[in-house]
Each structure stands twice: as structure tokens, then as C-alpha cells.
Write a protein that binds this ligand. Structure first.
Ligand code: ADP
Ligand code: ASP
Ligand code: MG
Length: 440
């Protein structure tokens, strides 16, 4: 069976829903994972933030505005009167639930409840739309099988057991539709797989049912060699290995949720990225195979904090790094980049929940400097460390203030730490040095 995931833009308008219908209606049995319609999760986050800040009148007016948008969608999506009425009742019920959350005392759980509603809305409306078009589809609730454990990892045993049982027990259908992003936590409360998590839902499902392929349908023709939002003239890459895609997604390429390839990598289930608006374009195929050599793509991850620990005690001493790492271990904070000299060690983190405690403990080992608003720029490709073209990227050092470089940690990744304010310029310069050297 195939798993196809459609992102926010792909289900973001009546016209695009119709494209999705044409793509999935090919007689092959499949699971279809949907995100919320574009803009909805952001609007729900805004509603939650208003409630968190105690501004319930703002929250209520945002709820009204979003409800009106959905009533409008229904008026364009359905010619069938009965389905239109049923859908409107459903939409009103969902928004009544959101309003009820607004009356209660705000907690983290209210946030999780509220942001989950976008995927309920899109899957309900789309499944009724398919019914109107005479397509044999069944809606299954992600909350009946998708679950994370106490470490926030997918509970694969639970997911496999329940999803396969549901697929056997549900009336046979050509298309099973379910919600991306949402899940239950270890205690059974509604939770999610973090922003952009529908991609992750798709590969978790792919692994659970041993799919032949997972397809991520979005608003661009595949994985580009640089961030198309910031750099002109980027192009889609036809083939990526799981390792390359994992590094790029982890280091900020928004097209994929950072953990997307993890569930399918060991099972060798291919992931294909496709454009809903241009289904004929090849897209990107992610497999275990390695294609080409040299720098293939560049990505950037913001909100990085750099920490430098300087100590005379490091000189000729052993065991210093162990003590440093123990502090990060204690606060369950993972380190992305690290460089050392004889008297100092610099490293980066993206989770600053325990920064105060970490700095306090590190201060016992030496003097500590903390720099916020940093960005990691990551260059990825097979064997880039040895590739003759790679030295070109060091031309960038003449023009940009590079705070750290990680070179050689793996053969496939070179990372630079820069000021976030230099990001756009750095991405564009690297693009020219690396991908268009004839223009430099
Ligand atoms: P969806 O709603 O379908 O999940 P996303 O907005 O999450 O879509 O991801 C697609 C967007 O990711 C593209 O429109 C593009 O602007 C952005 N993007 C950032 N980096 C890349 C990249 N390297 N390749 C392709 N798209 C990228
Ligand atoms: N709707 C969720 C979000 O906007 C999940 C997703 O789009 O993948 O983050
Ligand atoms: Mg996405």
C-alpha cells in the first residue's frame, strides 16, 4: 500500500482539494494523510496565545473569523445539500469545542487540544468531498492509533498493532484518510508531533504498514539545493540518500519535518517528494542509494545559541570534555556543533529551556560566554569533505563572520555557525560560490 501526505497548501483551497482528488483517485489502495488547511494551525496558535495572555475577547474574535472562513469553504466545496449541512454542523461543533477551551483555565493541554482541530476540519471536509465525488474513502481517526511515549518518540508497537487492526476492521475502501500531526501522549491526552509534523505522521504510518512508498505532496517540485524562500534560482534535486535528507531536514530545510526519514530509513521504504500543483514534475526520490559527489544542498537552522567554556585547567588535562558533556546530559539538552582548542570548547544548542542551570554548572569549570541569535548553515552531500570543489566554500570566510566550523565530523556534512543577521547574505554567497562558480 502507498502512503500519500498532502500539506497545508495542497488542501488549502477548494481548487487544490480538487487537484488532490485527481491525484489520489487512480484505483490504487492508499492511506492519505492530511495537514490542516494552510493558515489554520497558525490561526489556532494565535488563539491559544491570546488565551494564554488572558485576552479572551481577542481569542473569541479570532475564533469567529476562522469559523467564517470554514463556512465559506463549505459553500464552495459542496453541491450536495445533505453533505453541506452535515459539514456545517461538524464545523460549528469543532468551533464550539474551541470556544469551550476558551472558557476553561488555560494549560499546556488546552494548547494541544486547540491546535489539533485544524487536521480534524480538513480531513472531515475532504472525506465528505470525496463522498460527493463518488470515491470510496473511509475516514480513520489518528487518535485511535497514533501515540507517543514518555520520551516523545512514536510508540511503534502500539501504532502498528492499532493501525493494522483498524485497517482490517474498517469497511474496505480504496482510500483511507487520516489526520497528520496529531497523536495521543503516553497518558492518553491529545498531543502532536510538533509543527510540520504531518510529514512525520506519513512515514510513521509507512513504517507501521510496511508501505511500498511514502509520498509527501507539497507546493514545490521537490527538495531544492538551497532555501527557495531566501535564494533565487534554486533547483530541485532528483535523488537524495536518507542520510542527506535527514541532515538537511534536521538543519532547517522546511520542506521536511526534521524526523521524517527516521521511521522508514532502516526499512528502506522510499520517500518521494512531489508537487500537488505540478504532478508531472519528477520531484525528489529519497532512498538508501547514494547519487553524485560534492555539495548537493545547503540548509540553515535559526535560533541557535553558542556557548564557549574557557579554562586553563583544560591545558594538558584529560576528563575536561567529559565534565562538560555531563552537564548537557543532566539537562537532556543535545549539542549540535562542537569545536575545541587547547584551552576552550565551543558548542551549540537549540533548546534553551535549561540555559540558566547549564551556564551556572559550566561556570564551575571555567569562564562561560553565551551568544544567542546564531544560525547554523549546513552543507550536505556525499563525500563533500574530500571533493575538489569544496574548498571554494572557504572563499566565504573572506566576507562573512564565521564563528565556528565543523568540518570532518562526517564525510557528508560541513556546518558553519554565523550571526542570524548574516544568514541571507551567506546563503546567497554560498549559492554563488558553490553552485554557480562560473559567475564569481
Ligand atoms: P506543506 O504545508 O506542504 O507541509 P511546507 O511549507 O511545510 O509545506 O514546506 C514546503 C516549503 O518549504 C516550500 O514552499 C519552500 O518554501 C520551503 N523550503 C525551505 N527549504 C526548502 C528546500 N530546500 N527545498 C524545497 N522547499 C524548501
Ligand atoms: N498543521 C500542522 C502545522 O501547521 C502540521 C503540518 O502542517 O504538518 O504545523
Ligand atoms: Mg510541512
Amino acid at each position: 500500500m502507498l502512503v500519500l501526505k498532502f500539506g497545508g497548501t495542497s488542501v488549502g483551497s477548494v481548487e487544490n482539494m480538487s487537484h488532490v482528488k485527481d491525484i489520489i483517485n487512480d484505483g490504487q489502495q492508499k492511506v492519505v494523510v492530511l495537514s490542516a488547511m494552510s493558515g489554520t494551525t497558525n490561526a489556532l496558535v494565535e488563539i491559544s496565545n491570546a488565551l494564554k495572555g488572558g485576552n479572551s475577547s481577542l481569542a473569541l474574535s479570532l475564533i469567529d473569523a476562522l469559523r467564517s472562513k470554514y463556512i465559506e469553504v463549505i459553500s464552495h466545496l459542496f453541491e450536495d445539500e445533505m453533505l453541506a449541512v452535515e459539514s456545517e454542523q461538524y464545523v460549528r461543533w469543532i468551533f464550539k469545542n474551541i470556544q469551550d477551551c476558551a472558557q476553561e483555565f488555560y494549560t499546556e493541554r488546552s494548547y494541544n487540544q486547540i491546535v489539533a482541530q485544524g487536521e480534524f476540519l480538513s480531513t472531515f471536509l475532504f472525506s465528505r468531498f470525496l463522498q460527493q465525488e463518488g470515491i470510496n474513502a473511509q475516514l480513520i481517526s489518528a487518535l485511535d492509533f497514533m501515540r507517543i511515549d514518555r520520551t516523545n518518540e512514536p510508540d511503534m508497537f502500539y501504532i502498528k498493532q492499532n493501525l493494522n487492526r483498524i485497517l482490517t476492521e474498517t469497511e474496505p475502501a480504496d482510500i483511507y484518510i487520516t489526520q497528520g500531526f496529531i497523536c495521543l501522549d503516553a497518558e492518553g491526552y491529545v498531543a502532536n508531533l510538533q509543527r510540520g509534523g504531518s510529514d512525520y505522521t506519513a512515514t510513521i504510518i509507512g513504517a507501521a504498514i510496511k508501505a511500498t512508498e511514502v509520498q509527501i505532496w507539497t507546493d514545490i517540485d521537490g527538495f531544492h539545493n538551497n532555501d527557495p524562500r531566501h535564494v533565487p534560482d534554486t533547483h530541485a534535486i532528483s535523488n537524495l540518500s536518507f542520510d542527506e535528507a535527514a541532515e538537511l531536514a534536521y538543519f532547517g530545510a522546511k520542506i521536511l519535518h526534521p524526523q521524517t526519514v527516521m521511521p522508514v530509513r532502516d526499512l528502506d521504504i522510499p520517500v518521494r517528494l512531489k508537487n500537488t500543483m505540478e504532478p508531472k514534475a519528477y520531484g525528489t526520490l529519497i532512498t538508501n542509494e547514494i547519487h553524485g559527489e560534492g555539495i548537493k544542498a545547503i540548509a540553515a537552522k535559526d535560533d541557535i545559541t553558542a556557548i564557549k567554556i574557557k579554562s586553563g585547567r583544560m591545558l594538558l588535562a584529560h576528563g575536561f570534555l567529559k565534565k562538560v558533556f555531563e552537564v548537557f546530559e543532566k539537562y537532556e539538552t543535545s549539542i549540535d556543533m562542537i569545536t575545541t582548542s587547547e584551552i576552550a570548547v565551543s558548542l551549540t544548542i537549540d533548546d534553551i529551556t535549561y540555559i540558566r542551570e547549564i551556564v551556572e554548572e559550566l561556570s564551575k569549570l571555567g569562564s562561560v560566554e553565551v551568544d544567542s541569535y546564531r544560525t547554523i548553515v549546513c552543507l550536505v552531500g556525499n563525500n563533500i569533505v574530500y571533493h575538489p570543489d569544496t574548498p571554494k566554500l572557504f572563499q566565504i570566510m573572506q566576507d562573512v563572520n564565521v564563528r565556528m566550523i565543523a568540518y570532518g565530523g562526517s564525510n557528508n556534512n560541513i556546518s558553519l555557525l554565523i550571526n542570524t543577521s548574516d544568514k541571507l547574505e551567506t546563503l546567497r554567497k554560498l549559492n554563488r560560490y558553490v553552485f554557480e562558480p562560473e559567475l564569481v
